[in-house]
Design a protein around this ligand. Structure first.
Ligand code: DAH
Length: 333
């Protein structure tokens, strides 16, 4: 018996394994229910008393050596395993969060998409603008309140941060002869106290269509198409008479309140309608300012706030959320 224990002890010290399965079968062979060690402990009962002490000690030594061999081998395979998981491909992207476009940019792209489908091209203009493009050419009288320091951020002299993207209308008409069918997305600035409903900068998309025989009916159908694409095919619109210096006649367009379905609720101030944009037929004086013959050409223009569309689409009540870069807000879009 002592001889057998000695052989097994040598084996436990020198054995090596090439897989976890080999370790497991070694364990079963030695320590399993019907394993060799069990047998040896059985035989131990028959060992004569004088030999019991020596036999018992070597049995225990063997048991311990076998257990250690198994444990070490298991530990080795476990670390090898995790090594493989972590380092098999060092360039594999793991745990990166994917970013996405800002909600304002998503809505802006959606607006652009809708108008591109009916032939509008996209153009842009500068954010720092002179008086001519931002006001004078657009027919703003010299004493118009928008020209006041209170409403406009002046940079130097009559140079200011543009207060609307209507300035890009003028730049486009100065450069290009009709027909013109374009939209102008961009950021605009107003000298306003920041609150849930107003901000000192926001985004607009301006639209312009100039050709022969363009009528108010064309304006209405174009904007009806936009409203249905943007807010759903059942969307109803209404045009209310309004005033802008650069359009005549001018209107504001409402859509039926999507929250209450037109019944009236706090969101639509119990009118059943919410305003989404300003529009009108381009004033002949504006065409003439850009050297376009107003006896031959006519056209319509419209301008909308991107934040406003996003508010209506997603029910965001506080404008400030769009510029605070709080990821808890942004990650919802
Ligand atoms: N520029 C106007 C604003 O910022 C919006 C606007 C109204 C643009 C009517 C237009 C228009 O082109 O026809 O409030």
């Amino acid at each position: 018996m002592l001889q057998k224990i000695e052989t097994l002890l040598q084996e436990a010290k020198s054995i090596s394994f090439s897989s976890p399965e080999e370790v497991e079968s070694y364990r079963i062979r030695l320590l399993g229910k019907k394993g060799i060690l069990g047998d040896l402990f059985e035989q131990f009962k028959q060992v004569p008393t004088e030999e019991k002490r020596a036999a018992g000690q070597s049995l225990n030594t063997l048991k311990q050596a076998v257990s250690e061999t198994i444990e070490n081998a298991r530990a080795k395979f476990e670390t090898q395993n995790t090594d493989v998981k972590e380092f098999d491909d060092l360039f594999r992207p793991t745990g990166f969060e994917q970013g996405h476009r800002h909600p304002i940019w998503q809505v802006r792209d959606e607006i652009i998409d809708i108008f591109s489908r009916i032939g509008f091209i996209v153009a842009e203009g500068p954010e720092i603008e002179d008086d001519w493009h931002n006001f004078s050419a657009l027919n703003f009288p010299p004493d118009h309140p928008a020209r006041d320091m209170q409403d406009t951020f002046f940079v130097e002299g009559d140079i200011a941060l543009r207060t609307h993207t209507s300035s890009v209308q003028i730049r486009t008409m100065e450069k290009q002869k009709p027909p013109i069918r374009a939209i102008f997305p961009g950021r605009v600035y107003r000298n306003e106290a920041i609150s849930a409903r107003a901000h000192c900068f926001f985004h607009q998309v301006e639209g312009l269509y100039i050709d022969k025989n363009v009528s108010f009916a064309d304006l209405r159908q174009t904007l009806l198409y936009f409203a249905k694409e943007m807010f759903g095919s059942e969307t109803k619109i209404r045009l209310r008479p309004s005033y802008f210096p650069f359009t005549e006649p001018s209107a504001e367009m409402d859509i039926e309140c999507s929250l209450c379905g037109g019944k009236g609720c706090p969101f639509c101030k119990h009118t059943g309608w919410v305003e989404i944009l300003g529009c009108g037929m381009v004033d002949p004086a504006v065409l003439e300012n850009c050297n376009i013959d107003s006896t031959i050409y006519s056209g319509f223009a419209f301008g909308m706030g991107v934040e406003r569309q996003a508010n209506l689409k997603y029910g965001v009540k506080d404008l400030r959320l769009f510029s605070e870069n709080d990821r808890r807000f942004l990650s919802q879009f």
